[in-house]
Design a protein around this ligand. Structure first.
Ligand code: ATP
Ligand code: MG
Length: 285
């Protein structure tokens, strides 16, 4: 049996920001399969957001390239939706208007038929229902909790039925309990929508609980340290109890060890020890 064709192909990808001597990303080779849930983790500054923005077409690479179904990515497109940590909702629009916003642009430009417009309306109601946002659909973002705002942002991203959902620390600003709820929600949505998801997070437990593969990036310059294929049930079949299961904790340990080994934390501890040593010397006895 031949392996399925990758949905996203990344080859020889490099990115150096103007005025920077060190590349943010160097020689990245990575394939993401259609319908895969892939997590990107790594120390701060290792290039996770840069990689996501390159896939989204919001940044241009300085070397190599990215292909979506064999077509080179040259800019943003409706088949790729992005969810950022800071919700990025339009404060002057209600929940329902936020969710429908991109769709309405298409309606206004005359590119949508009546039946398309009607099914878009139906989809916006169905998404708000799934997200538990029915009761607040006429509220404005500043009247919502952080968890609700992020659910609106996800509903909006899903509105156009993107093939690829790109998420940059989407639950990073949420409290632990809301985060747990969001984990179950995103897994159920993944099952229903069958999008390909690339998910950036600092939270290793979140990465191993949600994804089927975890990519660890190493910093300075940003590069792939390793790709871990998790021997766990498929994401759609996971249950919160798995968070305490030995096999998940083992993966968490493996990934954390790689992040620690590549993050330069030891270097920082050496600096702290040096400072402590100097402080001790100055303390009068
Ligand atoms: N617009 C920019 N201009 C110049 N340098 C940038 C820019 N954006 C990011 N960088 C640099 O590129 C490197 C990678 O940054 P990036 O934001 O992709 O890392 P990250 O892994 O997402 O970090 P974090 O975990 O803190 O969000 C960093 O050294 C950062 O300073
Ligand atoms: Mg980032």
């Amino acid at each position: 049996m031949t392996a399925p064709a990758p949905c996203i192909r990344i080859a020889g990808l490099g990115k150096t920001y103007p005025g920077q001597s060190l590349p943010a990303l160097q020689a990245i080779d990575l394939d993401v399969a259609q319908g895969e849930f892939l997590a990107l983790v790594g120390a701060s500054g290792c290039g996770k957001s840069t990689l996501l923005r390159l896939i989204a077409g919001l940044e241009a690479p300085t070397s190599g390239g990215i292909w979506l179904d064999d077509a080179p990515v040259t800019g943003p497109g409706p088949e790729r939706a992005v969810v950022f940590q800071d919700y990025s909702l339009y404060p002057w629009l209600t929940v329902l208007e936020n969710v429908r916003f991109c769709r309405s642009l298409r309606v206004h430009t005359g590119n949508a038929s009546d039946s398309q417009a009607a099914s878009a309306v139906e989809r916006s109601y169905a998404l708000l229902d799934v997200m538990g946002l029915d009761a607040v659909r006429d509220h404005y973002p500043n009247q919502l909790s952080g968890g609700m705002r992020q659910r609106v942002a996800i509903a909006r991203a899903l509105m156009a039925q993107p093939r690829v959902l790109l998420m940059d620390e989407p639950f990073g600003a949420l409290d632990a309990q809301t985060r747990e709820v969001m984990h179950e929600l995103i897994l159920r949505l993944f099952e229903i929508e069958r999008s390909t998801i690339v998910f950036v997070t600092h939270d290793v437990e979140e990465a191993v609980y949600l994804a089927s593969r975890v990519v660890v990036l190493a910093p300075h310059p940003g590069r792939v340290d390793g790709v871990h294929t998790l021997s766990l049930p498929p994401p759609g079949e996971r249950h919160p109890d798995l968070k305490l299961a030995p096999e998940l904790l083992q993966w968490k340990k493996t990934v954390l060890e790689r992040i620690r080994a590549t993050s330069g934390v030891q270097h920082d501890l050496d600096k702290l020890n040096r400072l402590a040593e100097l402080s001790r010397r100055r303390t009068p006895t």
